[in-house]
Design a binder for this molecule. Structure first.
Ligand SMILES: NC(=O)c1ccc[n+]([C@@H]2O[C@H](COP(=O)([O-])OP(=O)(O)OC[C@H]3O[C@@H](n4cnc5c(N)ncnc54)[C@H](OP(=O)(O)O)[C@@H]3O)[C@@H](O)[C@H]2O)c1
Length: 292
């Protein structure tokens, strides 16, 4: 099976490449944004002609949540227009697109975990651009799986875990937002799930196309996430003395983009595809081992 991976150097893209190294029965064609810029329709078309893939995994996105507020055109160009170019190729070749979206499509006013068909109402440009990418997929793509995920961390790239570990070494005390709730997700676990979906598609020639939620299975706040990172890191000897951690409100930590206060997602629908969601604490443990 020929798998075309877009965005190979991001968190998800890097983890997906790692997973595929153990699967020589798959041919992986992985591209960074220089080799395959999804906003460039001609380049996308040329690459797809060269590779003739059986399935597309889109791990690429414009992900700078705050910067997106002042780079609206760029965010939409990648997250909407770029996705449209992938949809065109998927339809042309009659192959599936596995696409990844975000919990930031919700406004966070919910009090129970969001289901995939709950009303969306993004609060910022990033969320709006990702929702636009979902729409071009659901409205235009014949065979697609959208996996909405949240609070992604890994041993790669920039993420909350790496930021907390860096700050812990630089500071004696830290204030972290405690009134936003969500589910941390290890990019490696998501990559395993995507690989599983590729396998299921290969076996059955189809999947239950649609939009699903995939995230770690314990909700927490950013403050709770930081506490878990520090306590595990201390146990592993990565930190002599963790910083004093105080809980603050979102109002005390203003950011250009508004974040949802509650973006816990219900992942039950994914079990229809045979997917279970992981305990992110176990994955955090593994990521810290890789980082130490
Ligand atoms: N990070 C999170 O907390 C989070 C939360 C919820 C959902 N998600 C979603 O999960 C997915 C994976 O996120 P991630 O954290 O792995 O992202 P990431 O680490 O920021 O990586 C994104 C990748 O997208 C590539 N890219 C950007 N513009 C591109 C373009 N025009 N053409 C081709 N590639 C382009 C970049 O490639 P280069 O490096 O080569 O420029 C980068 O490697 C995304 O869909 C994201 O929206 C992420």
């Amino acid at each position: 099976m020929r798998v075309l991976l877009v965005g190979k150097n991001g968190q998800l893209g890097s983890c997906f490449q790692d997973i595929m190294k153990a699967r020589p029965d798959y041919e992986l064609f992985a591209f960074d944004s220089n080799e395959l810029d999804i906003t460039n329709r001609q380049q996308v078309s040329n690459r797809f002609k060269e590779v003739a893939p059986d399935i597309i995994v889109n791990a690429s996105a414009y992900t700078a949540v705050d910067k997106a507020e002042s780079e609206t055109a760029l965010a939409f160009s990648v997250n909407e227009q770029g996705v449209k170019h992938l949809v065109e190729q998927a339809n042309k070749l009659d192959i599936p697109l596995i696409h990844v979206s975000t919990d930031y499509v919700f406004d966070g006013s919910g009090i129970t975990p969001y289901k995939a068909n709950d009303t969306t109402n993004p609060q910022g440009v990033y969320g709006a651009s990702k929702l636009a990418g979902e729409c071009v997929t659901t409205e235009g793509c014949n065979k697609y799986i959208i996996l909405r995920t949240s609070w992604v961390f890994s041993e790669y790239g920039n993420n909350f875990v790496k930021t907390m570990l860096r700050l812990a070494k630089e500071r004696d005390s830290l204030s972290v937002v405690a009134d936003q709730y969500g589910c941390p997700t290890y990019a490696g676990d998501l990559a395993v799930t995507i690989q599983f979906l590729c396998e299921q598609y290969q076996l059955h020639g189809s999947l239950e196309w649609g939009c699903y939620h995939y995230c770690g299975n314990l909700a927490t706040s950013w403050h709770g996430f930081a506490r878990s990172i520090f306590s595990l890191a201390q146990r592993k000897g990565m930190l002599d003395q963790p910083p004093r951690l105080s809980a603050i409100s979102s109002d005390e930590y203003p950011t250009p983009a508004k974040r949802p206060a509650f973006s816990v997602m219900d992942t039950a629908e994914l079990s229809r595809l045979g997917v279970t969601t992981p305990n992110w604490l176990n994955s955090l443990n593994d990521v810290l081992d890789k980082l130490s």
